[in-house]
Design a protein around this ligand. Structure first.
Ligand code: 6GU
Length: 291
């Protein structure tokens, strides 16, 4: 079961086998749809053709999501001509799951045959040059949860996934980031596309003003509650990773401000930008496949 302090190779194998027995598609690219991009309407996963979907509760050993506005299913299908598997809804630490459990689907992707992970998230913008609705290609992260002694790779290590002490520099693949910047140019959205540093907090509470100021001083460009544990787990097992943030709100840095971040603005901005993000991902997937 998923009750221990880690997920075993055999358990992940059995989940992968469950899926492989039920779909003929063999995706090399795994996609995680973040907040606002995972909703019931207009999600990227809905754009997949010849699709087969597995609600999380029907997959053995899978956790089930608990947040309104986040769907929960795994969808196999074609994005353009490219076979992909897509997580519509992810698992967050603040839902109460340990990080290794939140990231377990990434290992399932690995054993299904995925070589590239594309993860998206909603994030608060700290960089003064960022506006609401902008895209930030993640070039690096600051794993605050890891600093505090919490990492998805804690617990016994199985070398079949990867090494005990994996390198996490170069986690955000430079060639794929280059392709993403090419895609942004081709789409004419360079003016709203950035590259920056993402940091993860546990949530579910948003940050205080002092916390936001601290993160900004540390060189953080955007802050959110996801992705880092997935990318660490992907890097550990040799999956090439790419991730980007949709800036859904600007972090409040001013004690005089009455503005407050809220979940609704996060979901709304995701919906608003959904067509652009869908095209961005579709084009990027095509480039990766052609590479
Ligand atoms: Cl301001 N903070 C965090 N931690 N996550 C977010 C966010 C802010 N905005 C969207 N997601």
């Amino acid at each position: 079961s998923l009750d221990g302090n880690h997920c075993t190779y055999e358990l992940v194998q059995s989940v992968a086998q469950f899926l492989l027995d039920r779909v003929s598609i063999r995706p090399k690219i795994g996609i995680i749809c973040g907040s606002g991009m995972d909703g019931t309407t207009g999600c990227l996963a809905d754009a997949l053709t010849n699709s087969t979907s597995f609600p999380y509760e029907t997959i053995p050993y899978f956790p089930t999501p608990t947040v309104p506005g986040h769907m929960g299913r795994l969808v196999f299908g074609y994005l353009g001509d490219v076979p992909v598997m897509c997580m519509q809804g992810r698992f967050h630490y603040y839902e109460g799951y340990p990080l290794w459990k939140c990231a377990m689907p990434v290992r399932v992707m690995k054993l299904v045959g995925v070589t590239h992970l594309l993860a998206s998230n909603a994030a608060g913008g700290l960089n003064d040059n960022y506006n609401v609705g902008d895209i930030m290609i993640i070039k690096d992260h600051i794993n605050l949860l890891g600093f505090a002694g919490n990492n998805p790779l804690m617990g016994p290590n199985d070398e079949r996934f990867g090494p005990r002490f994996p390198a996490i520099n170069r986690a955000y693949d430079a060639p794929v980031r280059r392709m993403a910047k090419q895609v942004a140019s081709e789409m004419g959205i360079n003016d709203i596309t950035h590259e920056g540093v993402y940091s993860v907090v546990g949530g579910p509470s948003f940050e205080t003003i002092a916390e936001i100021r601290m993160l900004a001083a540390l060189g953080v460009d955007a802050v959110g509650m996801s992705t880092v544990h997935e990318v660490i787990t992907a890097r550990h097992c040799g999956i090439t990773s790419f991730a980007f943030s949709l800036i859904t709100n600007k972090s409040v840095t001013d004690y005089e401000s009455y503005e407050e971040p809220n979940h609704e603005e996060v979901i709304d901005m995701g919906k608003q930008r959904e067509p652009v993000l869908k095209e961005f991902i579709t084009r990027l997937v095509k480039k990766i496949e052609a590479d």
